[in-house]
Ligand binder design. Structure first.
Ligand code: 3PG
Length: 220
């Protein structure tokens, strides 16, 4: 197996095992640690921490160090330089909302599993031609949600997807039941006001609910 085939197979296994991937954006390392602890307490096993704030790389390093039971990845990876920064911080996987040619090269060369973003059949075909069979399908609800994913499954069953964007506790199960959906991603269990207030009991409860949805769908 070449490098990319191996990291893609790890990406598939990681996302399938996660079921629900919490997309988290933080303002401080302390907030990241407290929130990650609450998510883990609720039973979630993987976090996509977005590189949308200046503390993100430090937060990834801190979660990797303090909460080794979690799979901690970086989201909103837009530039090749960010791939190296995430690797150096101990991040365990890479997620992007879409790709540029330079970013795709960096993701393909990384020793970390990566989940490049795509929205259309042509974008998914381009990823597959480049050696990727795991992708973030974003923004899922706005693209047509479950109906669109069912339509994509016919011609492109080889593409396995993390559906992200506009998904919540009410819609997660319908996505997870689809054969081309490895996991659902979303921020519904970490709304901004809960993060700001440090409402970690609410985060834990929402995480528990989300983990339960994945378990129920997967166990039939
Ligand atoms: C994102 O990258 O913003 C995620 O897909 C989260 O989307 P959501 O906030 O709609 O859940």
């Amino acid at each position: 197996m070449n490098g990319l085939a191996e990291t893609q197979s790890r990406a598939e296994a990681l996302l399938r095992a996660a079921g629900v991937l919490c997309v988290l954006t933080v303002d401080s390392v302390q907030q990241a640690l407290s929130c990650a602890r609450a998510l883990a307490d609720g039973g979630l096993t993987a976090i996509e921490l977005t590189l949308r704030t200046p503390v993100a790389i430090d937060a990834i390093a801190a979660i990797r160090h303090d909460l080794p039971q979690l799979a901690i990845g970086a989201g909103t990876v837009l530039e090749p330089a960010q791939v190296a920064a995430v690797e150096a911080a101990g991040g365990q996987f890479l997620v992007s909302p879409g790709v540029s040619p330079a970013l795709l090269d960096a993701l393909a060369a990384s020793p970390l599993p990566s989940v490049p973003g795509a929205a259309t059949p042509s974008e998914l075909m381009a990823l597959h031609a480049r050696g990727f069979h795991v992708a973030k399908w974003f923004p899922a609800a706005m693209l047509g949600g479950v109906a669109m994913l069912k339509a994509i499954q016919g011609p492109l069953p080889q593409m396995k997807l993390c559906a992200n964007g506009g998904i919540d506790a009410a819609s997660a199960a319908d996505y997870l039941a689809l054969p081309n959906v490895l996991c659902v991603g979303g921020s519904w269990m970490v709304p901004k006001d809960w993060l700001a207030a440090g409402a970690w009991d609410k985060v834990s409860a929402a995480a528990k609910d989300a983990a339960g949805i994945a378990m129920r769908v997967r166990n039939g």
